[in-house]
Write a protein that binds this ligand. Sequence first.
Ligand code: PEP
Ligand code: MG
Length: 887
Amino acid sequence: MTQTVYTFGGGVKTDDPRAKDKTITGGKGANLTEMSEIGLPVPPGFTITTEECVRYLNEGADFSDDLRAQVREALGHIEATVGKTLGDASDPLLVSVRSGARVSMPGMMDTVLNLGLNDATVAGLAATSGDERFAWDSYRRFIQMYSDVVLGIDHGLFEEALEIAKEDKGLYADTEMEADDWKELVAEYKSIAEEELGRPFPQDVTEQLWGAIKAVFDSWDSDRAKVYRRLNDIPGDWGTAVNVQAMVFGNMGDSSATGVAFTRDPATGEKAYYGEWLVNAQGEDVVAGIRTPQYLTKAAREAANAKPLSMEEAMPEAYAQLADVFELLEKHYCDMQDIEFTVQQGKLWMLQTRSGKRTAKAALKMAVDMAGEGLIDEKTAILRVDPMALDQLLHPTLDPEAKRDVLTSGLPASPGAASGKIVLDADTAENWVARGEKVILVRVETSPEDIHGMHAAQGILTARGGMTSHAAVVARGMGRCCVSGASAVSIDMKARTLKIGSRDLKEGDTLTLDGGNGQVMAGEVATIEPELAGDFGVLMEWADRHRRMKVRTNAETPADCQMARQFGAEGIGLCRTEHMFFDAARISAVRQMILAEDEKGRREALAKLLPEQRADFKSIFEVMAGLPCTIRLLDPPLHEFLPHGDAEFEELANVTGYGVDHLKRRAGELHEFNPMLGHRGCRLGITFPEIYEMQARAIFEAACEVAKESGEPVVPEVMIPLVATGRELELLKALVDRVAQEVFADTACEVEYLVGTMIELPRAALMAGEIAEHAMFFSFGTNDLTQTTLGVSRDDSARFLAPYVDKGIFARDPFVSLDIEGVGQLVQMAAERGRATRGDIKLGICGEHGGDPASIQFCEETGLDYVSASPYRVPIARLAAAQAALR
Ligand code: PEP
Ligand code: MG
């Protein structure tokens, strides 16, 4: 017989570790047990385990005799401790029945209070409490709650009846109702219940108890609990425990009260008690907002300029006791606690404690402060802060107090918040910004040609595209807020108008984006600026001490590189050179190169691009000052650079001297049906080696110049994209080596360099052993590797992946968090095979997953040397890498 019921309170102590194991007795049950064992005043009670819940839900059967026997015995413990009996008409015990899962799921599951009241016991309660009004108020609360939670009767019916009763009597507040008024209402409530139920409201207290236990178990599978679990990655097979506990009453007159409190301020992290309380009230009155709660401390009341007395002032003795409890609990749990308490006729009772939820800012401050106070050590402090929460600190965010007129939601592609006037193309964005406007660039999707507009804009909204779409990747890189894949957005470019859902808008109307949750709002919503307080720097320094992997950045402009260095990047993991091709000053030379009929024509155009690229690389090497820089040679299919629309073709005709028809024919020839799997990556270098030659020359010339000028070493890492075979890399490495030797001879200067490849194709992972013969490093391009392994287009997935996550096919969007089971196997295999060929091969990741904490954990376990993330994700990666190393 396994023990499925554990008692607590009344001096009980247990050696059974299961009693304090949250997976068995739930968070609430385990903490109630601990609190009572350290001597805090906890009303006696018992917990039915989560295992029993799982068994009940799976087998759907009735409760076992064994469970009934254990519950009966545990109830005896409460009765003996309190000296009252459940159902005793002269002096009844009342109990609460509450849920309590392994982690807190606030408000998601059910609670029943005041259980044990019926037509007989209500009189006993009135007699023993000496307060008839209190007894009948408790009874009507119980009928309403039990009817709602256990019997499934619409609680609106009861609320309505209460409102009518007050109206008939000319009363305004519940507190004005007298004992007889409540008595009448109880009669009314019972007839409502009977009408809805077809039988009388249950009077048998044992039936009441089992009904409530069953309802709490059932509430684990309620729709709202399921939704909450999905949003918070909580497994459905955990189940909830049930806690049955003697009632204490905060509504027994003016020496009674109830409240919730935090041992530190959960918004700021300040070491100051923070909380709310109400005189003469039950817990749900505070939470439900029926009455406005009062401040807990005098300081908080004064700061808010509020009149009603704080608990510190109104109940100094109970408050002093509570403050002692705060100190004790923080020391015991070594963390900020979120506490529920009740004062019954001057006596303090603890109803709950748990680690309190907190903002990112507070999490940071508390971790650093607590380490300073010696409450926790440095490692615990590092592990305590959710890396993703740092995001909140690095970007402006919307004022949580501000009103929102939400039009639709898309994917939260890049965090932060932005308001501005709608513009529908990149040039307009740039022009309007030049005249001093703030703009939001709204596009069906973005392409590299929109970069200047994206840079000018405060934020970017796209109707199509997933979390690794062009818009998302570039926006994260720039630190621009971006909402992508908002399919309710439709744009009419001719009329320069758009529809978002049912709302008609036009260019120039104001829009606000929340990159944190993907919301799109009409009008301007106030924002608050990020504050990189000292605590941030301190925690980052600690993290750096404990991590093994290096953290680099994905960046291609000097400004982004500078920003990434400020955030702590230790090199560039991916410089996407194609972004440099889209610069307005270069695009026509690029187009000329693409449209050239032969190699000679291409070389002429490339000669124009060489000095520009060299200048790009020079400024990057200068900013990175000796840190390693991985520069990737051209990757996207050439047609991405081609003109769109007649005006652009005409402009190009003027520049090149070719006729528009000729240019259009050439463009047509370059059209591909499936460009992602087409003429891109190293295939460009194989077919048009002169392009890679120019880029390699620009890299080495820049490196030599900077090395000469600065006297510091410059170590370029030349990276070849989309390699599938060893032979591809062998040919292209030979090309790079030849150009390097030419440049070294010409400039009489030599720099160290590496040549390596991205692993972006399943074949590359399989053949990593052979590829490593020519590669000094591998960088896992997990955006493409995910796309090619799953056969899912990274730019189209947003339209259909959400249901995949909802249905549990993928735990998370595989373009956001690495599919470790699948794609991860290829990464592991390639790492092993690469190392087997070349023991000192350098291994890194530069897909978007390099900034995702769960994926970073995997990279640590796989033994990668570094992760590379967009500049704003660098601090997240630093912290996540430290946590991964510590775990
Ligand atoms: C990748 O594929 O993971 C990668 C980093 O390259 P890109 O996103 O530029 O295709
Ligand atoms: Mg790629």
